[in-house]
Design a protein around this ligand. Structure first.
Ligand SMILES: Nc1ncnc2c1ncn2[C@@H]1O[C@H](COP(=O)(O)OP(=O)(O)OP(=O)(O)O)[C@@H](O)[C@H]1O
Length: 542
């Protein structure tokens, strides 16, 4: 019968003309569908990975200070590097493989069912067994995967802190200790990684055994039913069965892998959902765009804690700072000087504070953080420079001309140094400003502050690493350039603040003295002040 069909003229014509056309059309359709699929898949992949990354980035950037205090930088870097890499590369691959293999497996099962329906009975116990063993494997592999991710963070943390403290490590000759603790951390991470791989092999072996059982049973069935199935169908069935074994095994393995990789997505989403600082953009009232016009600052019985459960570090500050005053803040280490600036920038949650701080009669708690911080100017204790050009570091929002930037550099005595560098304003500043001295970095920050129009400037020991002569010049520049602004300066050296309009002496979170420098330093008027503080101040050692 078959011979008759093969030899029939119509079939020969079909074989010569119709079948090649069908095959060609199918091949072309497959090509087009594959291209569309690949394109769409990469489009989805990019969108998904970008959305997850951006969500995590804004979660971290808008999170509170508390989050950054309790999470070492290595932990954050781990999520931005390894977890993001899993989302970018491994998860899509596993998803793609498992989906494709599963669909091909279904196709193979349908063909097997058509050739030899008895095979479908074998699948009845096999499929639940596959599902059960997959679930069993996933229970432990997910935990081990989490362990793998968690033990990687300390490696990043140690690496980044070792790089920034390299000079100290070499000076104290503790390279060996560092290397040993590095090896310990890598061992801890490798143990988790090894266990994960051992688990994958264990799972793979069980899957291999189960699919081999399927092939064996199929072979036995084919032999047993040899009279009912023709030879070509039997061969086709066996071939599909062998392919099905490896394909189904791969599909199950990759789907399990996919679930394991989802722990990275889970970790990234966790950072996307970090609670942002409250009232960042929205608040009870919006200050006028020119606010603060005068620069008057009032502290009214102000108490400040770093966390609601901690003791207050500012214990009831009462202070009236008049517009345009230059106020020096001094006190012992840990007295609470920097905390005053943290309070002005509202770096801790409102619930951890009591009392009021008013700037130009507006309670800073009633306006949004973005409005408040936008209108304050600060030169921080440790200079913050970005690895970008000098121009970017001076004027990140490109609001000034090159001429204005050079004027600012001239004011901080940096013009000679910078004009000697061939690239001038386009000089690349290395990470943390490591290609400049700490003093020079501080001067760049002072120049940046000079360029920002703001009625209030806060200076946190910004000239601590600068020689006396330059310090004096900078103080003079600040007095002249910021004559119409209110300037609060924290200083350890008395010289830095001796020309201030007023001096505040902070002791144990309270204002111990406030007045003209001469008055504050006059022993007769300070009977209630801790004289040790003044002695130390006069020695320039506070
Ligand atoms: N992030 C923080 N979490 C908890 N407590 C903190 C934090 N930062 C500072 N403190 C505590 O608050 C107190 C005041 O610290 P603050 O930094 O304001 O002192 P300071 O007078 O500026 O000291 P220094 O002159 O050394 O910079 C200190 O006892 C310090 O231990």
């Amino acid at each position: 019968m078959t011979d008759a069909v093969w030899s029939s003229k119509s079939h020969e014509r079909q074989r010569d003309h119709h079948y090649p056309a069908v095959f060609l059309s199918l091949a072309l359709a497959t090509l087009v569908i594959s291209l569309i699929r690949a394109d769409y898949f990469f489009f989805l992949l990019l969108r998904g990975a970008t959305a997850l990354h951006n969500g995590m980035l804004s979660g971290v950037l808008y999170s509170s200070l508390r989050f950054h205090e309790s999470n070492p930088v290595g932990r954050i870097l781990n999520r931005f590097s390894k977890d993001q890499q899993v989302i970018d590369e491994l998860l899509p691959q596993a998803f793609f493989d498992s989906a494709q293999s599963l669909i091909m497996t279904l196709g193979a099962v349908v063909i097997l069912g058509i050739i030899n329906p008895w095979v479908l009975f074998i699948l009845v116990p096999l499929v639940p067994s596959f599902i059960w063993i997959r679930r069993f494997f996933l229970k432990s592999s997910r935990q081990i995967k989490r362990l793998d991710s968690v033990t990687r963070s300390p490696i990043y943390a140690l690496f980044s802190s070792s790089l920034s403290g390299l000079v100290t490590i070499r000076a104290f000759k503790t390279e060996d200790n560092l290397i040993n603790s590095f090896i310990e951390r890598i061992d801890a991470n490798t143990r988790a990684w090894f266990e994960l791989n051992a688990g994958v092999r264990w799972f793979g072996l069980r899957l291999d055994l189960m699919t081999s059982a399927l092939t064996t049973l199929m072979a036995i069935l084919t032999v047993a039913l040899r009279h009912q199935i023709d030879a070509s169908s039997a061969a086709l069935g066996l071939m599909y069965c062998i392919t099905l074994s490896s394909m189904f095994q791969w599909a199950v393995r990759q789907s399990a892998e996919m679930e394991n990789h989802m722990t990275s997505a889970e970790r990234i989403c966790e950072y996307s959902r970090l609670p942002p600082e409250p009232d960042f953009y929205n608040a009870k009232q919006k200050p006028p765009s020119e606010w603060p016009t005068k620069g008057k600052i009032e502290f009214k019985n102000y108490k400040f804690r770093y966390r609601a459960e901690l003791e207050p570090v500012l214990k009831g500050i009462n202070l009236d700072i008049e517009p345009c005053d230059k106020v020096g803040i001094c006190g012992r280490t840990g007295a609470g000087k920097s905390s005053i600036f943290q309070a002005l920038f509202r770096l801790v949650d409102k619930s951890a504070t009591e009392g009021q701080i008013c700037i130009d009669d507006i309670d800073i708690n009633t306006i949004s953080l973005s409005d408040l911080r936008f209108h304050l100017n600060i030169i921080p204790q440790s200079p913050v420079l970005f690895s970008n050009t000098l121009r970017y570091n001076l004027d990140p929002f490109s609001k000034h001309s090159d001429e204005e930037l050079w004027i600012a550099l001239t004011m901080v005595q940096l013009q000679d140094k910078m004009s000697e560098i061939p690239d001038g304003l386009s000089t690349q500043i290395a990470e943390y400003g490591s290609n400049f001295s700490v003093g020079e970095c501080q001067l760049i920050c002072v120049a940046r502050a000079l360029l920002k129009p703001s009625k209030i400037l806060l200076i946190d020991e910004a000239t601590a690493n600068i020689d006396m002569h330059t310090d004096k010049l900078i103080q003079q520049v600040i007095r002249e350039k910021f004559s119409t602004q209110t300037v609060l300066t924290i200083a350890h050296r008395l010289d830095t603040i001796q020309h201030s309009d007023k001096i505040v002496l902070i002791s144990d979170g309270l204002v111990k003295a406030y007045g003209k420098p001469a008055d504050v330093l006059d022993d007769t008027k300070m009977t209630d002040i801790d004289l040790d503080d003044v002695d130390d101040m006069e020695k320039g050692a506070l």
